[in-house]
Design a protein around this ligand. Structure first.
Ligand code: FAD
Ligand code: SF4
Length: 316
């Protein structure tokens, strides 16, 4: 690890200013992703701004009936919250499908949304990677790509977003609230929060330099039956090959979002509308234009089969 300086921020605006002012500064929350990347020298911050003291660790009711989740609420606290378990069960289930109990105790809501890809070549500093080092090329496209994207990627990068929580938040139409170094507050639709790679795969989110996530806002409860099925190589402690989040109404209508197949949680209006027609129709809309590699074409069928399993369980 390279030397760096460290401070504990005293207010959200001060934290944002501290990161904005010093090139190479980063926020640190639970540290479960950032410290791993620092040990591998994939992230080499010169200054860390610790946001743990910012009192952003509460879940509160919003006037419209929704919930406001502070950016520092841990994954454990969020998954266990009584209101989340009853009204947003898909979120609770998605979080519990991720990482391990110890990690979830440290991992925060803001940090989870910003965790980096698990593309193996991103972690291997001997390999070219446009995301880690812009302009060097992509070792994955001609390499081992079993875990990687079948849709939404580009000639520059086919990495997937690894967050389970983000898939549920996309299904729930959450918003991400931020503050920047000038004190401006904004609310970003989760659909617009993560960026597709295009020619700039290192630009992963809509955040500006120094912009701090302060909260995630859930709209009022939407009802329905909530499902989150994650398919992975091991029964636990593994990232998704494919994950499918569904909210289903009694008449068969609903919404569906998929993880593990794209650089961001994947949701398409036409696929939502096709839910009453069954898994095959939904998968056709969701994956229209997919360009799988030799290694990961199996994901196309896996999405349909995982959704079919959910629709079957829903009838039972
Ligand atoms: C072994 C292992 C297995 C895992 N398995 C899964 C899994 O199956 N599914 C899954 O979804 N996740 C998994 N994770 C990832 C884990 O969920 C993330 O590491 C964690 O959520 C990150 O949160 P954190 O608070 O520790 O973030 P940090 O490591 O502190 O920060 C991550 C990034 O977010 C930035 N950041 C943090 N907070 C803010 C903020 N408020 N505003 C702006 N920027 C901020 C930091 O600067 C950094 O760039 C796994 C992690 C490990 C180590
Ligand atoms: S897929 Fe993206 S993250 Fe993986 S090696 Fe290529 S550029 Fe890097």
């Amino acid at each position: 690890m390279r030397p760096f300086t460290y401070e504990r921020a005293t207010s959200p605006a001060q934290a944002a200013t501290a990161v904005f002012r010093q090139q190479g500064a980063r926020f640190i929350a639970g540290g479960t992703n950032l410290l791993d990347l620092m040990k591998l020298q994939i992230e080499t911050p010169t200054h860390l701004v610790d946001v743990q003291d910012l009192k952003l660790d509460q879940i509160t009711q919003e006037p419209d009936g929704g919930l406001r989740i502070g950016a520092l609420v841990t994954n454990t606290a969020l998954a266990a919250d009584r209101r989340v378990r009853s009204d947003y069960a898909v979120l609770s289930r998605a979080i519990l499908a991720g990482a391990s109990g110890q990690l979830r105790n440290k991992a925060t809501t803001g940090g989870n949304l910003l965790q980096r890809t698990r593309c193996p070549y991103f972690y291997d500093t001997n390999q070219p990677c446009n995301k880690r080092q812009p302009g060097t090329g992509c070792a994955a496209i001609e390499g081992v790509s079993r875990q990687l994207a079948v849709i939404g990627g580009s000639a520059a990068c086919i990495a997937t977003n690894p967050s389970d929580m983000a898939v549920a938040l996309r299904l729930l139409d959450a918003r991400v609230e931020t503050v920047d170094a000038q004190g401006n507050v904004r609310s970003i639709n989760i659909a617009d929060f993560h960026k597709l790679p295009g020619k700039t795969p290192h630009v992963e989110t809509a955040l500006a330099p120094g912009e701090l996530i302060t909260a995630v806002l859930l709209p009022k409860p939407v009802g329905g039956l909530h499902f989150y099925h994650k398919v992975r190589d091991r029964a636990s402690y593994a990232f998704a090959l494919v994950s499918v989040a569904v909210i289903l109404e009694r008449n068969g209508s609903g919404r569906v979002a998929v993880g593990g197949i794209a650089p961001k949680p994947w949701r398409i209006d036409a696929a939502d509308a096709a839910l009453p027609q069954g898994a095959e129709a939904v998968a056709r809309h969701l994956l229209a234009g997919a360009t799988p590699t030799r290694d990961n074409a199996f994901k196309i069928e896996l999405v349909e089969r995982t959704l079919a399993g959910i629709l079957h369980d829903a009838k039972g």
